[in-house]
Design a protein around this ligand. Structure first.
Ligand code: ADP
Ligand code: MG
Length: 414
């Protein structure tokens, strides 16, 4: 089936074809009709398979129809996302797809001044994309009314319903009308969260695509055994060997992100970091530059693991193993988007072997091993242009910078 055959507003079809989407992806094919009918949907499909448009297309259509019928103004759809970057990305997809409709989309998130956001809300917004923190601030100040919401979307639903966010989501439910339509989308979901999701809705339709392997088929992923102190040399080698490729490197903590960046700078590799201690403008600037391909190497914590759709990320490196199999799926899922192919490698040290075992058990699959001979291992260590080998001072430098950054951030918040 082609998009032309769908019963959706012509303006939306125009935008779809401008985006170059020829036919719906599996999840779009399965999710669009029930959403158009007003059903509650829990949709699970692998990373990079077009889940955003699977909810954005029918939502824009429904709201456009209502608008033509002259329904009153107010926020009618709320889309919740876990991070600023993802919220902004969703906002851009809704704006692109809704360009030839009368539907207005707006994004609110923390880390920036709230006055312009209130001003925009007063002007009238149909679809609001939000991270929980700022949204609740605005609700409690009376600047945002959620009473007219007809559709609620939780993108990265399992994460949004997990510990850190569940209280927010429960609070949110109390503000919403019982008659609303609720949509959950994610690439991963466990039974506990699934039950929780069901308890929030009536008769949700469950759509699940390719549940056997949670990692998308376009991603070739493997693990290499590399000792903790040697990881930087392997990263240096990998980056230099994949010159000009866009590489996303995941590390466990913010401090490690800065430390790895420093280590790369010492060997003449330009890299930047993204994590929650950075100022919002810095985060956005870095993302833009990585998106455009001006920045080739981005070192990130898990804030960037969920939902972020950056074209042409050819390599994902798990410099540190993630804590869970879900995180693994989402991190490697930043490559191999849509029909593109992608590669991912995880560096596993002796200390991390147990983690690897857990991840593999939960994935229900062994991850392919890269065998490195003793000679190749030694050659990689010798390859480095960093002859200082003074790791300790690097670490101290990075921590000092981290402290200064925090100071700067605190000042700017005042
Ligand atoms: P997911 O949320 O499933 O991880 P996204 O919604 O971020 O995936 O989409 C991944 C990529 O696929 C995006 O770059 C998007 O533009 C592209 N895409 C979405 N739908 C289609 C389609 N029908 N045909 C081709 N590309 C698509
Ligand atoms: Mg998504």
């Amino acid at each position: 089936m082609k998009f032309e055959e769908y019963r959706i507003a012509e303006g939306i079809k125009t935008s779809i074809s401008k985006l170059g989407f020829k036919k719906p992806t599996d999840i779009q094919y399965k999710a669009i009709p029930p959403i158009l009918k007003g059903e509650d949907v829990l949709a699970i499909a692998q990373t990079g398979t077009g889940k955003t448009a699977a909810f954005a297309i029918p939502i824009l259509h429904i709201l456009q129809e209502h608008k033509i019928k002259g329904r009153p103004d107010g926020v009618k759809c709320l889309v919740m996302a876990p991070t600023h970057e993802l919220a902004l990305q969703l906002d851009s997809v809704f704006k692109t797809l809704g360009k030839h409709t009368r539907i207005t989309t707006f994004c609110i998130h923390g880390g920036v001044d709230q006055e312009p956001q209130i001003e925009q809300l007063n002007k009238g917004v149909d679809i609001l994309i939000a991270t929980p923190g700022r949204m609740f601030d605005l609700v409690s100040q009376g600047a945002l009314n959620l009473k007219r919401i007809e559709i609620l979307v939780l993108d990265e639903a399992d994460h949004m319903l997990d510990l850190g966010f569940i209280k927010d989501i429960n609070d949110l439910m109390r503000h919403l009308s019982k008659k609303r339509q609720t949509l959950f989308f994610s690439a991963t979901i466990n039974d506990k969260i699934k039950n929780l999701a069901y308890s929030l809705v009536t008769n949700a339709i469950r759509i699940q695509i390719s549940p056997e392997d949670p990692v998308a088929k376009n991603i070739e992923h493997a693990v290499a055994f590399v000792e903790m102190d040697d990881k930087r040399f392997f990263l240096e080698y990998l980056i230099k060997d994949n010159h000009e490729k866009k590489i996303l490197v995941f590390v466990r903590t913010k401090i490690r992100a800065e430390r790895v960046k420093k280590a790369m700078e010492r060997v003449d590799i330009v890299a930047d970091t993204i994590h929650s201690d950075k100022l919002q403008e810095e985060r956005e600037r870095t993302m833009r530059s990585f998106r455009k391909g001006e920045l080739k190497v981005l070192i990130a914590t898990d804030v960037s693991a969920r939902g972020i759709d950056i074209p042409n990320v050819e390599y994902v490196v798990n410099y540190d193993l993630p804590e869970s199999s879900e995180q693994y799926v989402h991190r490697v899922g930043r490559t191999g988007r849509a029909s593109q192919k992608g590669q991912a490698v995880s560096f596993c040290s002796s200390e991390e072997k147990e983690l690897l075992e857990d991840i593999e058990n939960n994935l229900g699959k062994a991850i392919q091993r890269i065998t490195i001979s003793k000679t190749d291992y030694q050659n990689t260590l010798d390859f480095t242009v960093d002859k200082s080998q003074d790791w300790k001072s690097l670490m101290e430098e990075a921590e000092l910078e981290e402290k200064n950054r925090k100071k700067k951030k605190r000042k700017s918040k005042r």
